[in-house]
Design a protein around this ligand. Structure first.
Ligand code: NAD
Length: 485
């Protein structure tokens, strides 16, 4: 492109109240149709990131001093604008990330609802008055903003994850530097436009699209960024934690999953199949809460495998925007190559592939693959221990509930876990004993409410919970004040 074309077409970063061009830009391609360019997006450099951090630092007093009614109104306005543009934003998201139009519209709705929830939370901020052990002394607790929050997000929920970090950050009085994933700048840019239109003062919200190792790295290391909230892979999260702690930053990491779904002999088989198909394959399996290990007791195993194969034969893979599509493409070539490599790893480990696992050639050129199901797997196989993040599920046959629970817990991850059973006894025991941050009975492991805490245990999460009123733990600091009158 010429410089003139670039100026007209390239979407810019938003720093200190201005849309700022960069020297470099990235080209965003539709994974359902590789011939379609969605747009060109500025790639921030180190200086852009530093400018954004300075602007956010300078704006902390302005935002913290903005009355709670005004802050609440702005967040509510953002939520309303997102909801009123649900169809258009959903289509953009589906074109950019590859989830189906229906899934994308659901995600946009969730993002709008989150802003409206936190508009309410602004007005519900409260402290405590606690009796002192000393006569004549009073003790109160209040919450203060943390300061500049660096927000680093992954590609698989390009509008909902930014929303569930930006909304509470702003609600509790912090300023924001937001770095979206490289693969999904269009949704991030559209969200930024809405936030700007809603009247957030200059410097309070900044968008810096660009590479993790350039822009993300500066956010993580800069002393004026007081907190980092990150969602992404375990390796990146671990590296961020090591760096962030050097400056004593608050950190909140949401990372991978290898979520188990248990099916017991007494399960409603139709419900179990639908639950497992939904959680394993929808959104192309690209959800941190997807179930990739299906643990089935011996009495129902053969019937369940047959029913899964029948159900999977009816799944349509295709263009994310086509009405007949159940599962869209994989997000990019690298992820597709990795998924197909895991199919080969599974076969080499001795697992039996009974469905899918192939690259598909469709009318439009895209990153398509058929959802894969392995049977005769054991939990020690790599396909059952490593997060694949694609439409690949395995079945592990066990003798009874106790063995199912032990296998489910034998993982370095602990995000979400489900069980399909009609037994209240097993359901309750499972909820109490499964090592996971979220438990589901007769429900998919993926698909959660927007107003309740979200997060995991073990290698899946680090730091306090996201979402709902629990978000305040991360986005505020508690002050305890003593007074003797
Ligand atoms: P990723 O770790 O590659 O990237 C995530 C973000 O980190 C991106 O914005 C990236 O640019 C940035 N980044 C990369 N290197 C960095 C560095 N050195 N310093 C600072 N930032 C850096 O993850 P991804 O591939 O975008 O997303 C997929 C992963 O996200 C999967 O592992 C999935 O399980 C996880 N995920 C987790 C949750 C959850 O809530 N637990 C939700 C969605 C996705």
């Amino acid at each position: 492109m010429t410089i003139q074309q670039e100026n007209n077409q390239v979407k810019k970063n938003y720093i200190n109240g201005k849309w700022v061009p960069s020297e470099r830009y990235s080209t965003n391609i539709n994974p359902s149709n590789l011939n379609e360019v969605i747009g060109y997006f500025s790639e921030a450099n180190k200086q852009d990131a530093l400018d954004a951090i300075m602007a956010a630092k300078d704006a902390t007093a302005i935002w913290a001093g903005t009355g709670i009614q005004q802050r609440s109104d702005i967040l509510d306005n953002i939520g309303n604008k997102i909801l009123s543009r649900q169809v258009e934003l959903g289509e953009l998201l589906a074109r950019e990330e590859g989830k189906t139009r229906a899934e994308a519209m659901g995600e946009v709705h969730r993002a709008g609802s989150i802003f409206k929830f936190f508009a309410g939370e602004v007005l519900r901020q409260s402290g405590e008055a606690i009796d002192s052990v000393r006569p004549g002394v009073s003790v109160t607790t209040t919450r203060s903003p943390v300061g500049v929050v660096g927000i680093i997000t992954p590609w698989n929920f390009p509008i909902a994850i930014p929303a569930w970090k930006i909304a509470p950050a702003l609600a509790y009085g912090n300023t924001v530097v937001f770095k979206p994933a490289e693969l999904v700048p269009a949704s991030a840019h559209a969200l930024a436009e809405i936030i700007v239109e809603a009247g957030v003062p200059a410097g309070v919200f900044n968008l810096v699209m660009g590479e993790g190792k350039v822009v993300g790295d500066i956010l993580v290391k800069h002393k004026d960024v007081k907190a980092i909230t990150f969602t992404g892979s375990v390796n990146t999260g671990r590296a961020i934690a090591v760096e962030a702690v050097k400056n004593m930053k608050k950190i909140q990491l949401e990372m991978g999953g290898k979520n188990p779904a248990i099916v017991l002999d007494d399960a409603d088989i139709d419900l179990a199949v639908e639950t497992c198909v939904q959680s394993a394959f929808y959104s192309t399996g690209q959800r941190c809460t997807a179930s990739s290990r299906i643990i089935v007791t011996a009495g129902i195993h053969d019937k369940f495998v047959k029913a899964m194969q029948e159900r999977m034969s009816k799944i349509t893979v295709g263009d994310a925007l086509s009405e007949s599509t159940d599962i869209g493409p994989v997000v990019d070539e690298k992820q597709l190559v990795q998924n197909l490599a895991y199919v080969e790893i599974g076969k080499a480990e001795g697992a039996e592939l009974v469905c899918g696992g192939e690259k598909l050639t469709l009318a439009k050129t895209g990153f398509y693959m058929s959802p894969a199901l392995f049977i005769n797997t054991t939990n020690d196989m790599r396909i059952n221990q490593e997060e694949i993040f694609g439409p690949i599920a395995t079945i592990i046959k066990v003798k009874d509930y106790q063995q199912a629970l032990a296998v489910a817990n034998d993982s370095e991850f602990g995000l979400s876990a489900g069980i399909c059973t009609t037994s209240l006894k097993y359901a309750k025991h499972f909820q109490e004993n499964i090592q996971a941050g979220m438990t589901m009975v007769n429900l998919p492991t993926a698909g959660v409410d927007y107003h309740v805490p979200f997060g995991g245990t073990k290698g899946s999460s680090y730091g306090s919970r996201e979402q709902g009123s629990y978000a305040k733990e991360f986005y505020t600091t508690v002050k305890t004040s003593y007074l003797s009158a």
